[in-house]
Design a protein. Structure first.
Length: 470
């Protein structure tokens, strides 16, 4: 980690890039309050990439000489190595990552370093850095989501035939395949990837060339810079380019949805792992014990994912609020975009990585799932459908089955535990073939259409999903 000479060293001797207009230095407190170097250092690599592309363009169109360009490239190479090895000294007095790097460049190469900022402002520079950073982060996150989806599919494949109770209102509703349940999360994450792909298109536009806000009088070539930095195009309006952060807000909205999906899954894992359900067990490495209750194994990781979702939602609201009353064009408010954005990326990346590993360590208690499905009369709808298919209006069938459930409850058995004579008391249409319908497997199998829970459909869905990942 590089060092940051900080708070205690006022170092008034460092000349500010903008100090020419001022008659007194800022107080130490204001210096600390306005500096972003404590957190924007992590943009350094993108700042260097942006500066190199800008300098190459300046040289290509003849604004700076090729000798200056060579010096800038040499200096940046050295700076990059200093940063990577942790030797670079970051100065709080130099405010931010841009001025720290520029100052060091000038120390290393002299006047050529001072020419780098021609036809550029920190306003278009920082917007470019953040976009480059976010583009890379989105690509990383998409890879993480795909790994998580892969883990979901592997588990779903193992459990295409595993029966669990499906819930509505957290009351047992109908039997479903556990694999099918997991595939619901595959779908959510697939939409999350689509959203990120779309968001990336708007992130991947070049602000450089907008300069402070109005563009520049130099004969710059923005398309060349965009091409060098791998942008799909340029920001079309200079005021918009330096001032809006909607691309970051949009990303945070995507992140909030991803976390929301993972939070829902977390809630389920927590419930399923509770001894009252006993459906699954998480590997020990994702849980902790209690310092007072020796029997406890707490699902800390899913609980924290659920908890951290609040923090990610908070970042989204922070950025929306940051933007909402800003007049055009750039305002220093925008410096506050970074910490929420960085934390969103970090939290989301860690969450996805941990989750992927956690999926591979889930042990399923099939017996517990079955017995809850049985006790909950999960096949009651199947009985109603059976009667309807034999000509009874659905509402009457519903009523007959409700009576049968009450009777079974008294007898303390499942619907399939009733004898044919008992069942026929509720409708003479019931025949021996009812027992195929009342089993959990029979119920699953009958939902045999695209999107349904029949194990054969689950296998088809898994194959389809794997294709999307390849
Ligand atoms: N540190 C600033 C930020 O993050 C860089 C841009 C500063 N521009 C300015 N005009 N003061 O937004």
């Amino acid at each position: 980690m590089a060092t940051l000479r900080d708070k205690k060293s006022p170092a008034r001797n460092v000349k500010k890039a903008w100090s020419g207009r001022f008659v007194e230095p800022v107080s130490e407190l204001v210096q600390r309050y306005t500096a972003s170097i404590g957190f924007d250092r992590r943009l350094a690599e993108f700042d260097i990439q942006g500066s190199l592309a800008h300098a190459q363009m300046l040289s290509a169109v003849g604004i700076i000489s090729s000798t200056d360009l060579a010096s800038i490239e040499r200096g940046m190479d050295k700076i990059r190595k200093e940063i990577q090895s942790g030797r670079f000294v970051w100065l709080l007095e130099l405010e931010d990552v841009h001025l720290n790097i520029e100052k060091r460049l000038t120390t290393l190469i002299g006047d050529a370093g001072k020419r780098l900022h021609t036809a550029r402002s920190r306003n278009d520079q920082v917007a470019t850095d953040v976009r480059l950073y976010l583009r890379t982060s989105i690509d990383d996150i998409m890879r993480c989501i795909k790994a998580m989806q892969q883990a979901l599919l592997d588990l779903a494949e193992k459990h295409a035939d595993t029966v669990m109770p499906g819930f509505t209102h957290l009351q047992v509703a109908q039997p479903i395949s556990f694999g099918h349940h997991l595939l619901a999360y595959f779908e959510m994450l697939q939409r999350d990837v689509e959203r990120l792909v779309d968001c990336r298109k708007r992130v991947n536009k070049l602000p450089l060339g907008a300069a402070a806000l109005a563009g520049t009088s130099y004969p710059i070539d923005r398309k060349l810079v965009a091409h060098k930095l791998g942008f799909d195009g340029i920001c079309e309006n200079s005021l918009d380019a330096v001032s809006d952060r909607d691309f970051a807000i949009e990303f945070c909205a995507c992140a909030a949805l991803i976390m929301t999906h993972l939070s829902r899954l977390s809630e389920e894992l927590i419930l399923w792992m509770s001894p009252s359900f006993g459906f699954i067990d998480l590997a020990d490495r994702f849980c902790t014990g209690s310092s007072i209750m020796p029997q406890k194994k707490n699902p800390d990781v899913p609980e924290l994912v659920r908890g951290k979702t609040g923090r990610i939602n908070g970042h989204l609201v922070a950025l929306l609020t940051l933007m909402k009353a800003q007049p055009l064009a750039y305002n220093k408010d925008n410096q506050e975009d970074k910490e929420p954005l960085f934390d969103t990326v970090d939290t989301l990346t860690d969450t996805l990585r941990i989750y992927t590993d956690m999926m591979t360590g889930i042990r399923v208690n099939q017996e517990a799932m079955r017995s809850v499905a049985m006790k909950g009369y999960a096949t009651a709808t199947d009985l109603a459908d059976y009667l309807t298919k034999k000509g009874l209006p659905f509402r009457d069938a519903h009523e007959a089955v409700a009576q049968a459930v009450r009777f079974a409850e008294k007898k303390n058995c499942d619907l399939s535990g009733l004898t044919l004579t008992e069942l026929r008391k509720f409708s003479p249409k019931i025949k021996q073939d009812i027992y195929a319908v009342l089993t959990l497997e029979g119920s699953l199998k009958s939902r045999n259409h695209p999107g349904g829970t029949a194990p054969s459909q689950v296998r088809i869905a898994i194959r389809r999903a794997r294709k999307k990942l390849s």
